[in-house]
Design a protein around this ligand. Structure first.
Ligand SMILES: [Zn+2]
Length: 306
């Protein structure tokens, strides 16, 4: 029988997406469940497995037609032992043996990687980095993470945590990050960071989207904040470009949706500050697969050699 489908599962702090993806990267069917953080993760995995089996049944597919299950999950994790280790927003999942839990529901091969790494592979497979042998995918949303693809290979590290760039220190005077350091990249330049800093300045709760809108409308204080955040994003990009010498930097995640103002500012910063003349001209481009990157990336773990 012709085996050409993969099940992709993208576990996030708020929702878990499940999809059937063919070897061309087309999503045949998908659905999502709210990730219920108040229940035992074993029960959540059992719900996820039931949903996946239902999705297969709806498509008249059997497990024999599925090449494997690819899973993207938030880090820190340990792909060697198959555990979720310590995602800050998912305390009930700390040290949870995810692979064992999934294996109790399926007899298929299962591969898992951290979500940003899987999303990078999706950009290589179907997105903005298809022609690249060396690129960095950066996702900027509630936190900042990255997937690194170098010399034609996904760089995962010893335990699957390579690319945790959100904790590069950018400004130690900026305050305490959850990780124990001060002034980490995601502490000052993520969506959460933008909202936190703006809410303090305006003395009311604002979202990062509202901050971008206010800056666009000419609100001087918000414009200053946004310009500073873009500069911080540029600083992180320069560090990564100097370290890894990529052909391209792909930026995705909710914050990247602000579009041109961010990309122009980051390109200008990189042009001025990357050490190597070749690095100064590194294309900095938007991700192509925002909506389904997690799902396609999870499936890519099965469909692609990486
Ligand atoms: Zn940190």
């Amino acid at each position: 029988m012709d085996v050409k489908y993969a099940l992709g599962i993208d576990i996030g702090g708020t929702k878990t997406a499940i999809g059937i993806v063919d070897s061309m990267g087309t999503i045949l069917a998908k659905m999502s469940l709210p990730t219920d953080l108040s229940i035992d993760p074993r029960i959540m995995i059992s719900r996820t497995a039931d949903a996946a089996k239902q999705l297969l049944a709806d498509q008249h597919l059997t497990e024999a037609q599925i090449a494997g299950i690819g899973v993207g999950a938030p880090g820190p994790l340990n792909t060697k032992t198959g555990h979720i280790v310590k995602p800050p927003n998912m305390t009930a999942w700390h040290d949870f043996p995810l692979m064992d839990a999934l294996k109790s529901h399926f007899s298929l091969p299962i591969i898992f990687e951290n979500d940003a790494t899987a999303a990078a592979l999706a950009e290589k497979w179907q997105g903005a980095a298809q022609e690249c042998e060396h690129f960095i995918f950066i996702t900027i949303s509630t936190g900042i993470g990255a997937g690194i693809y170098s010399h034609g290979k996904l760089i995962t590290g010893a335990t699957g945590n390579a690319g945790d760039v959100g904790h590069l220190v950018i400004d130690p005077s900026a305050g305490d990050c959850v990780c124990g350091q001060q002034g980490c990249w995601e502490f000052i330049a993520s969506g959460t960071a933008i909202a936190r800093q703006a809410s303090r300045l305006l003395d009311r709760d604002v979202t990062s989207k509202e901050v971008f809108d206010l800056a666009q409308e000419g609100h001087a204080e918000m414009k200053r904040l946004v310009d500073q955040v873009f500069r911080y994003i540029g600083m992180g990009c320069v560090t990564l470009i100097n370290t890894l010498d990529p052909e391209k930097v792909v930026i995705g995640g909710g914050v990247s949706q602000v579009g041109d103002p961010l990309f122009h500012a980051v390109r200008d910063y990189v042009k001025a500050c990357a050490l190597n003349p070749s690095g100064q001209n590194t294309p900095i481009v938007p991700a192509a697969l925002n909506q389904d990157a997690g799902l396609i990336g999870a499936a890519a773990l099965i469909h692609m050699e990486y």
